[in-house]
Each structure stands twice: as structure tokens, then as C-alpha cells.
Ligand binder design. Structure first.
Ligand code: HEM
Ligand SMILES: *[C@@H]1O[C@H](CO)[C@@H](O)[C@H](O)[C@H]1NC(C)=O
Ligand SMILES: *[C@@H]1O[C@H](CO)[C@@H](O)[C@H](O)[C@H]1NC(C)=O
Ligand SMILES: *[C@@H]1O[C@H](CO)[C@@H](O)[C@H](O)[C@H]1NC(C)=O
Ligand SMILES: *[C@@H]1O[C@H](CO)[C@@H](O)[C@H](O)[C@H]1NC(C)=O
Ligand SMILES: *[C@@H]1O[C@H](CO)[C@@H](O)[C@H](O)[C@H]1NC(C)=O
Ligand SMILES: *[C@@H]1O[C@H](CO)[C@@H](O)[C@H](O)[C@H]1NC(C)=O
Ligand SMILES: CC(=O)N[C@H]1CO[C@H](CO)[C@@H](O)[C@@H]1O
Length: 324
């Protein structure tokens, strides 16, 4: 009896001290920088109403950050003479909002220097910005630390391309610990924001490799897209991804996808998988709150991808450069 009780104590102590894995926690800065989260959300609430189209690139930035080396702020790092950073990779050419993150970071640094990571700022700003435009709210546990490496080739290899089919998307997400459920609901982020012609014009002008149009794309929608994107090489023009409600977090994206009006092949791919298509059909017949709840769960999961917590990484002073 006595021995087994001692054994239990030893087991408990081992559990507590030997193998504790650093993890994110809600309110990680409550003691070290109690005002941090409020400073961030106040700034977002003050500025996003004047620039509501910034909410979408800020959300996308969090996604791109998390898919390359985990959510570690590596997407924010500038290239240097001997390093091509993630920013330099093709999918990042259209990222925006870096100045916004820098402004938030300097406010937070003024309050408590060297405490709040850039990775957490990206995660919190994405959540708060989507909130301001009336989108879902999700929990953002904090304690992410900033990475030291930002490599454009890795961005290219890890961020799914708009030309991906269903199985390629599934693999890309699975590599980050996300499943098909997450793929379905996170794709719903495309209910806000814009896409440049270069992200989909091959569907209009060169789908087969010998010219021609993607047969899975609704003909009338394709004709409209061609009016906006006049050639295969236009990389300047952009269109609303959810036409008519591209600033509103609603079910419009999924309704379009079902009508074969998803903008990218990766959007259209969702209805090439029967169970996924039926999940989406159920969703559009449910109140938007259902989408919001699912989206929130998957966002929280995305925000945990390969995070550096505890003592790895650093707290960057300037989000665009690794501390020297
Ligand atoms: C499933 C795989 C995904 C692919 C292939 C993909 C691809 C793309 C592409 C090509 C664009 C347009 C970029 C441009 O031409 O300007 C875009 C925009 C966007 N993506 Fe995704 N994306 C995916 C998943 C996600 C996820 C998981 C999120 C966030 C949770 C997200 C959020 C956004 C947002 C908000 C925009 C609009 C950005 C803006 O308005 O500037 N995407 N995505
Ligand atoms: C990083 O690059 C951006 C855009 O090229 C520039 O505006 C910013 O000043 C740079 N930041 C630093 C710290 O070099
Ligand atoms: C960037 O990543 C690629 C692919 O993993 C690797 O081959 C390359 O050496 C890396 N570049 C740098 C500067 O580390
Ligand atoms: C999906 O794309 C991958 C990579 O391009 C390809 O190998 C595969 O055959 C495609 N799958 C389907 C079902 O088209
Ligand atoms: C995906 O993971 C979530 C938990 O994170 C789980 O609830 C869901 O059932 C999973 N979906 C699939 C298709 O496995
Ligand atoms: C169309 O695609 C094919 C195959 O990818 C490529 O060889 C060809 O150059 C493309 N056409 C144009 C006009 O870019
Ligand atoms: C757009 O295309 C032009 C000409 O091909 C190229 O010089 C430019 O760098 C491209 N811009 C972007 C943002 O990809
Ligand atoms: C937003 C951003 O940093 N864009 C950069 C992407 O990469 C190109 C080429 O390296 C830069 O010129 C852009 O400034």
C-alpha cells in the first residue's frame, strides 16, 4: 500500500517536472503585460472601420505565417542581401498589412518592451480584425515565440496553391495537422477579400495547356471574369472573391462554390469530394452561426501549428528583422 502510494507520488512528480511541454495559454500576458491584448484590440477597432478591406489580408497573413515553420512571425521578416525571406515568395507578393502589424508592435513595445511576440500580434490582430467586420470570434491562446528563419522556398513549398485539387489540398493541410473538416471551414475565409487575375486566369485562358477554359467553372461567371481579366498575364487587376459581399463574413462563398462560381481551382475542388460537398450543402442551409462556430474551432487549431513556446525562438524587437 505504502509503496504504491510513493510510486504514485513519484509518477506525479515526473509528470509535473520531467515532461512538461510548453504550450500556449489564454491570457499568457496577463501578468507580464496585462494591457497588451487591449492595446491591440483598441488599435484594430479604431483603424479597421476606416480600412475594412485590410481585415482580409490580415487574416490571410496569419494563415501564411502558420503554414511555414508554424505560427512564429516568420512571414513578417524582410529579405536581406543573403536571404530571400517568405515575403519574397510568389504567394506573398499579394500579402498586405505589414505596416499595420508594425504599428501595433510599436504601441505594445512602448507599454512593455521585449515581452509580446510578433507571432502573437499577428494571431490577435487577425482575430480582432475579423471581429470588427462582423465575422466570427475565436479564442487565441498566446505565448507563441518568434522564429529566426524565414525562407522563400519554404513558403512556396508549404502554402497551398490556388491550382491545387482536392487531394493536394488535403495533403497540404494534413502536413500541418489539419484535417478535411478544417479544410472545409478555413476555406470559408474566402468569403472576404480579393484575388488577383494571376491567381486564376489559367482557368479562363489556358486550362488545358493549349488554351481553353476550365469546364468546371460556370460559363456566365467565367465570362464576367474575362471582362475583368483581359489576358493570361494580367497580374495587376483583382476581383472580389465573394462578389457583392466581399467585405462581409457570410455564407456567400459556399453558395458560390456550390454554383460552380468558386474563384480558384482550390475552391472548386471542394465540391469534387462527395462528403465535402454534402457538408457544404448542409452548411448553407444552416444559420451562419454554425459556420462561425466551425470556423472558430479550426482557426484555434490553425493558430497552434508548430508553435514555439517556452524558451525556443525569441521575442523580436522589430517584427521585420531577427534580433541581432
Ligand atoms: C485551402 C487552401 C488555400 C488556397 C489555395 C488559398 C489561396 C489564396 C489565393 C490565391 C488568394 C488570392 C491572392 C491574390 O491573388 O491576391 C487568397 C486570398 C485570401 N485567402 Fe486564401 N487560400 C487558401 C486558404 C486560406 C485560409 C486557410 C485562409 C485563412 C484562414 C485564407 C484567407 C484568405 C483571405 C482572407 C484572402 C483575401 C486576401 C486579400 O483580400 O488580400 N485562405 N487565398
Ligand atoms: C522591411 O521592408 C519594408 C518593405 O520593403 C520596409 O518598409 C521596412 O522599413 C523594412 N523594415 C526594416 C526594419 O528594415
Ligand atoms: C531554404 O529552404 C530550402 C528548402 O528547404 C533549402 O534548400 C535552402 O537551403 C534554404 N535556404 C536557406 C538560405 O537556408
Ligand atoms: C491532383 O493533383 C496531383 C498533383 O498535381 C496529381 O498527382 C493528382 O493526380 C491529382 N488528382 C486528381 C484526382 O486529379
Ligand atoms: C478533424 O479534427 C477535429 C478535431 O480537431 C474533429 O472534431 C473532426 O471530426 C475531424 N474531422 C475529420 C474528417 O476527421
Ligand atoms: C499554356 O500552358 C502550357 C502548359 O502549361 C504552356 O506551355 C503555355 O506556354 C501556356 N500558354 C501561354 C500563352 O502562356
Ligand atoms: C507582374 O508582371 C510583370 C511583367 O511580367 C513583372 O515585371 C512584375 O514583377 C509582376 N508583378 C507582380 C506583383 O508579380
Ligand atoms: C509585401 C512584400 O513584402 N512584398 C515583397 C514580395 O517580394 C517582392 C520581390 O522580392 C518584393 O519586391 C515585395 O516588396
Amino acid at each position: 500500500m505504502r509503496m504504491s502510494f510513493m510510486g504514485f507520488i513519484v509518477w506525479l512528480l515526473l509528470g509535473l517536472f520531467c515532461c512538461v511541454k510548453a504550450d500556449l495559454q489564454l491570457g499568457f500576458y496577463d501578468k507580464s503585460c496585462p494591457k497588451a491584448e487591449k492595446i491591440i484590440s483598441d488599435f484594430v477597432k479604431k483603424h479597421i472601420p476606416n480600412a475594412p478591406t485590410l481585415a482580409s489580408p490580415l487574416l490571410r497573413m496569419h494563415f501564411h505565417d502558420c503554414f511555414v515553420r508554424g505560427c512564429d512571425g516568420s512571414v513578417l521578416i524582410n529579405s536581406t542581401s543573403n536571404n530571400q525571406a517568405e515575403k519574397a515568395a510568389t504567394p506573398n507578393l499579394t500579402l498586405r498589412g505589414f505596416g499595420f502589424i508594425d504599428s501595433v508592435k510599436s504601441l505594445v513595445e512602448k507599454e512593455c518592451p521585449g515581452v509580446v511576440s510578433c507571432a502573437d500580434i499577428v494571431a490577435l490582430v487577425a482575430r480582432d480584425a475579423v471581429g470588427v467586420i462582423g465575422g466570427p470570434y475565436w479564442r487565441v491562446p498566446t505565448g507563441r515565440r518568434d522564429g529566426l528563419i524565414s525562407n522563400s522556398t519554404e513558403a512556396l513549398n508549404n502554402i497551398p496553391a490556388p491550382t491545387f485539387n482536392f487531394s493536394a489540398l488535403q495533403t497540404s493541410f494534413a502536413n500541418k495537422g489539419l484535417n478535411v473538416t478544417d479544410l472545409i471551414w478555413l476555406s470559408g475565409a474566402h468569403t472576404i477579400g480579393i484575388g488577383h487575375c494571376s491567381s486564376f486566369s489559367s482557368r479562363l485562358y489556358n486550362f488545358t495547356g493549349k488554351g481553353g477554359q476550365d469546364p468546371s467553372l460556370d460559363r456566365f461567371y467565367a465570362a464576367n471574369l474575362k471582362k475583368a481579366c483581359k489576358s493570361l498575364n494580367d497580374n495587376v487587376t483583382f476581383v472580389e472573391m465573394d462578389p457583392g459581399s466581399f467585405r462581409t463574413f457570410d455564407l456567400g462563398y459556399y453558395k458560390n462554390v456550390l454554383k460552380r462560381r468558386g474563384l480558384f481551382q482550390s475552391d472548386a475542388a471542394l465540391i469534387t469530394n462527395a462528403p465535402t460537398k454534402s457538408s457544404i450543402m448542409n452548411l448553407v442551409n444552416s444559420p451562419p452561426e454554425v459556420f462561425f462556430q466551425e470556423f472558430a474551432l479550426s482557426m484555434e487549431k490553425m493558430g497552434r501549428i508548430e508553435v514555439k513556446a517556452g524558451t525556443t525562438g525569441e521575442i523580436r524587437k522589430n517584427c521585420a528583422v531577427v534580433n541581432s
